[in-house]
Write a protein that binds this ligand. Structure first.
Ligand code: AMP
Length: 216
């Protein structure tokens, strides 16, 4: 099952992908998570990525494409993947198609999590992330059992630098300018399935689960 989750910041891509990956036993590959890991470890890639990410800008295509190409070669991705946050530009999507074709693979579905801007902003501004395991919470929608502490690993919860209001504004601008066009790009190829992500999270997840069962 080779699936891409598409949608604006705050659509719930990461939250849903984490659940679906566990349930369907395929890796959840988030380019944002990969960058945050590198940033935490203070690597050269992390330092480069941070200069874009903290201000809400996109990391250059050639950097992201290389990372995804390498990640997809790992054995766990052989039986499938859920990509969250990639591709984010048309050039990324074009190069991604070439990478898959060269490996004799193809995408099974691109799922567009359609989300009204108010829902996205509410989710981003209240989001909290575990420093240790990367799990996502929300101060109102998905509160941790103990404030500031990850339910899963006990790690400390923090607010992402790019979830500040100025960075959120910039991320939406980037989304509209560079990512939104992918909806038409994949729709024209007959690959797009739209799921309503403006409704309570459980309903979106149920729809995604039944879609995945049909794909699998
Ligand atoms: P995310 O966790 O998906 O919200 O990603 C966080 C940030 O990482 C984004 O705002 C971008 O700066 C960067 N990023 C993640 N994926 C990509 C991508 N496919 N292309 C460019 N930048 C990306």
């Amino acid at each position: 099952m080779n699936v891409v989750l598409l949608g604006p910041p705050g659509a719930g891509k990461g939250t849903h992908a984490a659940v679906l990956a566990r349930e369907f036993q395929i890796p959840h590959i988030s380019t944002g998570d990969i960058f945050r890991e590198e940033m935490k470890a203070g690597t050269k890639l992390g330092k480069l990525a941070q200069s874009y990410i903290d201000d809400g800008h996109l990391v250059p295509d050639e950097v992201v494409v290389k990372i995804v190409a390498e990640r997809l070669k790992r054995p766990d991705a052989r039986k499938g993947f859920i990509l969250d946050g990639f591709p984010r530009t048309i050039p990324q999507a074009v190069q991604f198609a070439e990478i898959l074709a060269a490996a004799g693979r193809k995408l099974d579905a691109v799922i567009y999590l359609e989300t009204p801007p108010e829902a996205s902003i509410q989710r981003l501004s209240g989001r909290r992330v575990c420093r240790k395991c990367g799990a996502n919470f929300h101060v109102e929608n998905i509160p941790p059992r103990k404030e500031g502490v990850c339910d899963r690993c006990g790690g400390e919860l923090y607010q992402r630098e790019d979830d500040r209001p100025e960075a959120i504004r910039e991320r939406f601008k980037e989304y509209q300018a560079k990512t939104e066009g992918l909806v038409a790009f994949y729709r024209d190829q007959g690959m797009l399935t739209t799921v309503d992500a403006g409704v309570p999270r459980e309903r979106t997840l149920a729809e995604l689960q039944s879609l995945f069962r049909r794909l699998g």
